[in-house]
Design a protein around this ligand. Sequence first.
Ligand SMILES: Cc1ncc(COP(=O)(O)O)c(C=O)c1O
Length: 457
Amino acid sequence: MRTIIEPFRIKVVEPLRMTTREERAELIKRAGYNPFRLKAEHVLIDLLTDSGTGAMSTHQWAGIMEGDESYAGARSFYRFEAAVRGIFGHTHVIPTHQGRASERLLCRAVVKPGDVIPGNTHFDTTRANIEDAGAEARDLVIDEGRDPDVDHPFKGNIDLAALERCLAEAGRERVPFVLITVTNNSGGGQPVSMANLKGARAICDRFGVPLLLDAARFAENAYFIKLREPGYGDRTPREIAREMFGLSDGAMMSMKKDAFGNIGGVISINSDEWADSIRTRLILTEGFITYGGLAGRDLEALAVGIDEILDEEYLKYRIASTAYVGNNLAAAGVPLLKPIGGHAVYLNGRKFCAHLPDAKLPGWSLSVALYEHVGVRACEIGNVMFGTQDQKTGSWKWPALDLVRLAIPRRTYTQSHMDYVVEGIAELHQRRTEIRGLRFVHRPAVLPHFTATFEQV
Ligand SMILES: Cc1ncc(COP(=O)(O)O)c(C=O)c1O
């Protein structure tokens, strides 16, 4: 059979509410032209993020009933610890309430002002937490990873020569760790190869610097390795994931992605000293070390989810169904980042809205137009998220890519929902010159995309 079906059936449904185009025009205007500020009930198909928005399985819901809500030493924590350690393999497993809590705890524990953290492409909250600790987040993705039109099987790879130069120049004292994000979300959900991880490991060993993974989408990365890297075709996603983590000294993870969690995160680390320092800080802000800001029932759902995600049938469907959206959009002539990522399809904002200069925020304007046109909510990962303004001259520096991410929640929408999305975007592409540009009304200094407001130009 050529048709790859959803490997699940639906037991609980949540109604969607239709809105008219006129309603949506008014709603997005009232939201300051920021899709993050819309009420979710006014969105028809929500592709803002794949984070915490997936559907849990019957086994996860059953796990929720098993949740042990003891303050310290809950049974649920030990299940969680065993599930994470069984895949990651590090000595210490520290739960947190989500990915950015892991980032903050780790950065506060081991990063000092003036440090440099090299990575492929740091995610926005990771970058913000590194900068908040007074350090520099340096993106060293390979050149192909910066070009939306180049096809390359592992566009998330870190540039090994650049990493070596960075470590030689900054020195071990100023680089507390190297962080590789799998898959590379800000660079288009692109995978990192095992060969690249091995190369980075060898360089880190030479300089005596720990290698950490941002493992938010480790299972999708493992499946891409299986599909694309010679020698891995016969290996299971679990074996590949084990090998990936075996090359690292630790990992941070938002478990709202590849652990099928609605909330949750983890730090998994070998260093006793770092674990001690992280746990001390965790008690200050997250709770006790065996729950890290989560309920026992959350820990249960995550323990089941992180195991379920490595199911090969699921990963096959996941990668194929994301590619289905991308391939159909490409066939309709819509400019996309190539190849199609694991969790999302990324529209090329600058090409889609070629009539809008960078200052008119083409990607963001496209996301607003998409909501108005068909009620689909997407997320700009581009000029608004990463653009920086020189305080003296007022001039802007725009990022290499101005993308609009259609992030696909896990096990949540059907193929006909995706057909609707494709049709809506293809229609909008036909009328693309009508899309109006935007400018900032209010731009917060940190992570501006979440709360900024705009007006039409
Ligand atoms: C690669 C990556 N790292 C970190 C995070 C932050 O995780 P959270 O949203 O759980 O704080 C995200 C969230 O999207 C992510 O994609």
